[in-house]
Write a protein that binds this ligand. Structure first.
Ligand SMILES: C[S@@+](CC[C@H](N)C(=O)[O-])C[C@H]1O[C@@H](n2cnc3c(N)ncnc32)[C@H](O)[C@@H]1O
Length: 286
């Protein structure tokens, strides 16, 4: 029985020691260290998980968490926020499309893309559609990474509810998705040719020492993910993203994210509103 600190009801602030123990269970089971994440978000998610589990206190929840693998899986799924949609922030996607088109025109050939924190695949498949539409050579050149196993499983399944498609241009919807039969409610499956452009892998931005692939990328999209990290972890993860960029490669962040000090002078702003940046040729190693 856990008795490290006065226990708390799910609605109260969690005792530090219980939160640390809960996160230790996640680290041991899944290899994900959440200590560098924003505490407020983590704590809110843990409390929601406690309520969903019907736990009367943090101590009771911790005891059950240690014994119940499914409860730990549920907690990990809640801690990794997977809100996303196809063509998210359409105006910004259009800027990315223009920048990729310019890169392709300057150097015809495959364009390598890394979608870091890819959630259920909405972002990497949207980017694969762009590549296809631009006439970029086929091949598994979009590397989609996430730390959450349920995200990667959904990306592999590549089947989505209509609500995920609200921003996707209708022409793309008609060309690249087919209605999926036999699922609950309206669902759409990504075409095999687009699926074949995407390779989904587990990669942890908070712990990895290297990008997921030795190649340098024409575009690194890491959107709405760094926002969950504290500044120190944001800086470390940003270094990793910068190291992955090809000379003149593009970095695309979420609307609430900004690279500190423009990545130590390694980036220039291509479009402030779209949060689109370009590696400065000749800077350190980009
Ligand atoms: C809000 S979603 C963003 C999805 C997509 N990029 C977008 O903007 O629509 C954040 C994703 O980051 C993932 N994530 C959280 N921590 C991570 C880490 N340390 N390494 C890799 N992915 C992580 C989560 O599992 C989740 O799928």
């Amino acid at each position: 029985m856990t008795n490290l600190a006065r226990s708390s009801a799910p609605a109260d602030r969690l005792p530090n020691v219980h939160l640390a123990e809960i996160l230790a269970v996640v680290r041991t089971r899944y290899g994900l260290d959440l200590t560098g994440y924003r505490r407020g978000t983590v704590e809110r998610r843990v409390r929601t998980a406690m309520i969903a589990a019907g736990a009367s206190s943090s101590a009771a929840y911790l005891d059950r968490l240690r014994a119940d693998r499914r409860l730990a899986g549920d907690l990990l799924a809640r801690l990794t926020v997977k809100v996303s949609r196809f063509y998210r922030d359409a105006a910004a996607v259009e800027r990315v499309r223009e920048a990729l088109a310019a890169r392709l025109a300057a150097a015809p050939g495959p364009l390598a893309v890394w979608s870091a924190g890819c959630a259920r695949g909405e972002e990497p498949y949207s980017l694969a559609m762009l590549l296809d539409d631009l006439g970029a050579p086929a091949g598994p050149h979009v590397v989609a990474t996430d730390v959450a196993p349920d995200a990667l499983a959904a990306a592999e399944a590549a089947t989505y509810p209509a609500t995920a498609l609200g921003e996707l241009p209708p022409t793309y919807r008609d060309r690249y998705l087919t209605p999926a039969l036999g699922t609950a409610g309206a669902a759409f499956r990504v075409h095999p040719a687009i699926r074949a452009r995407v390779r989904a892998l587990r990669h942890d931005l908070s712990a990895a020492r290297a990008p997921p692939d030795p190649r340098r990328f024409d575009l690194v999209a890491c959107r709405n993910t760094l926002i969950y990290f504290q500044p120190a972890l944001q800086r470390r993860a940003l270094e990793l993203l910068l190291d992955a960029l090809a000379p003149g490669g593009l970095l695309w962040l979420g609307p609430a994210e900004w690279p500190a000090a423009l990545g130590g002078g390694r980036l220039e702003i291509l479009d402030r509103r779209a949060r689109l940046f370009r590696a400065i040729r000749g800077s350190a190693d980009a």
